[in-house]
Design a protein around this ligand. Structure first.
Ligand SMILES: [Zn+2]
Length: 522
């Protein structure tokens, strides 16, 4: 229940459901659990963990997240179909605060072409769906899909009926990114006017960014009285994505005058680290100029701007970089830094790791890096820990490689891999268009896996000539798009790690799919 005058806005995060639907963004269970834990630390109120009916993997992920987090509500998505709802109920059963989210399209175009159902039938199914979910859990959310294109008077009837049936949250989605801020504000206003029982529910909004207005539409709806925002980290999601959590949250924080003092429970100091985590596990890079969390969001290039910021930060900076967890890059550790210093710095950077994990997984790698690089910056530590945390189950490990290249020559790479299951070492060589291509071809010869490289990017993690290079790539095999990254002080090694990571990822997925097929036959 939320009145228009309430100041607290509920943050419903759908990074793990809508966000995961972005092409190339799928996450494995370990990655999902890590993101869920990060979202809990960040302070989101509801985690939409998945769509349990769609696959056994999705079901397992929702169930695992339900057990894994305790403060936020854990929500499973379902169509207004008994089987969907029962499956969602089973998945969220063990959550401390379970929620079921049922949806049904209400717009004319969806009714006519997708569902082939008349208005009366839609109303009946919506009511039955909410009742069925309500029999399983107290906290039930309903979404009239494509609400932004639904006839307002019919939308009002649906909203009233589902509230009567027990929906504790009613979400008004702009499923296709069609709305404008004024239009959406007017629609929410209309609902508050026309739906007599609206004060018994929380009105939520869910906006897509097809025209770049997702955040603006979300904020307009809050001004009109909505009190739950459905958002994703970095704005990832179907097509052009969803409203970005970090942007909505920082708008409230930076402009309380414009949004009536509305606020969320988000710990904004964790925005940057959470953004990095999601980018890493999904492989979707954050644009440098992305609001709030982009690399350039707080960089001042123009002389006049830089000079102004030095004199007084607020001349050109409306947000304090520290408030979103961005600290200036500084020299923190070196060759002689001890375990305790390293652990302490990890903690300050937002990693929650056990002493044992730090010692066994990261300390050796840190020492090795400090030997190679002398000066170790915060970004280096983040890159190092990130590459270890979500290490994929490895089928092959890189033992070493050697490259011969030069102008006019024939770039040649020799690589050695270890097959993890058997411990067998394999070695082969290949030529290519360049040294990176030669390494990739040698991997293909050894593993028998051929990938089509769709995107390949190198950037430096920190500045200076000893900086670590980060390689991100996207590779395709059939209809599978796989993202991977590799970090090293040597860009050829970073490229090799990224490509082998993509191969390992592809092979790991195949095993899961086979396992699934076996289960289905039983
Ligand atoms: Zn959506």
């Amino acid at each position: 229940m939320a009145a228009k005058t309430d100041k607290r806005v509920i943050v419903f995060d759908t990074t793990l459901r809508d966000g995961e639907q972005s092409p190339g963004a799928s996450m494995n269970l370990t990655e999902k659990l890590e993101v869920a834990r990060a979202l809990e630390l960040l302070g989101v109120d509801v985690i939409e963990a998945g769509f349990p009916i769609t696959s056994p993997d999705d079901f397992e992920a929702v169930r695992a997240i339900a057990r894994h987090v305790s403060r936020p509500a854990v929500c499973g998505l379902a169509r207004c179909v008994p089987l969907d709802i029962d499956r969602a109920a089973e998945a969220v059963l063990h959550a401390k605060h379970p929620r079921i989210h049922v949806f049904l399209a209400t717009s004319k175009i969806h009714r006519q072409y997708k569902l082939r159902k008349a208005r009366g039938e839609i109303l009946r199914l919506a009511v039955e769906g909410v009742r069925r979910a309500k029999a399983a859990v107290c906290d039930v959310q309903f979404s009239p899909e494509d609400a932004a294109r639904t006839e307002p008077e019919f939308l009002a009837r649906v909203v009233e009926a589902v509230i009567d049936s027990g929906a504790t949250t009613v979400n008004i989605p702009d499923t296709v990114g069609w709305a404008t801020p004024e239009g959406f504000h007017a629609l929410i206003d209309y609902l508050f006017d026309r739906v007599p029982n609206i004060s018994k529910t929380v009105i939520a909004i869910h906006c897509h960014d097809d025209l770049g207005m997702a955040v603006a539409n979300t904020l307009a709806a809050v001004q009109a009285g909505a009190r739950q925002v459905e958002v994703t980290i970095n704005g990832i999601g179907e097509r052009a994505g969803n409203a970005a959590l970090e942007e909505v949250v920082m708008a409230f924080k930076t402009r309380p005058d414009a949004f009536g003092g509305c606020a969320t429970g988000i710990k904004t100091e964790l925005l940057h680290v959470t953004s990095r985590l999601v980018s890493r596990v999904t492989g979707l890079a954050v644009a440098r100029n992305k609001s709030v969390v982009g690399e350039n969001a707080f960089a001042h290039e123009a002389g006049i701007h830089a000079d102004g910021v030095l004199k007084k930060r607020t001349t050109y900076e409306i947000m304090d970089p520290k408030s979103v967890g961005l600290a200036k890059s500084k020299l923190v550790l070196g060759k002689h830094s001890g375990r305790h210093q390293f652990r302490q710095r990890l903690k300050e950077l937002g990693f929650r790791l056990t002493h044992k994990d730090v010692d066994t997984l990261f300390f050796g790698a840190f020492k090795e890096l400090a030997d190679r690089k002398k000066e170790v910056f915060d970004e280096d530590i983040v890159a190092l820990v990130e590459s270890e945390i979500v290490r994929q189950p490895e089928t092959w490990r890189l033992c070493g490689f050697q490259v011969a290249t030069g102008t006019g020559g024939m770039p040649t790479a020799t690589v050695e891999l270890e097959e993890r299951a058997t411990g067998r070492r394999l070695r082969d060589a290949a030529t290519g268009d360049g040294p990176v291509d030669a390494i990739f071809r040698a991997f293909e010869r050894l593993t028998g896996v051929t990938l089509k490289l769709e995107d390949y990017q190198i950037r430096s993690v920190t500045s200076g000539k000893e900086a670590q290079g980060e390689v991100r790539l996207e590779a395709r095999r059939g209809d599978r798009l796989i993202s991977a990254r590799g970090v090293s002080t040597d860009i050829l090694e970073a490229s090799a790690k990224a490509y082998l990571g993509a191969i390992n990822r592809l092979v790991a997925r195949k095993k899961v799919t086979k396992g699934k097929a076996r289960r289905a036959r039983r």
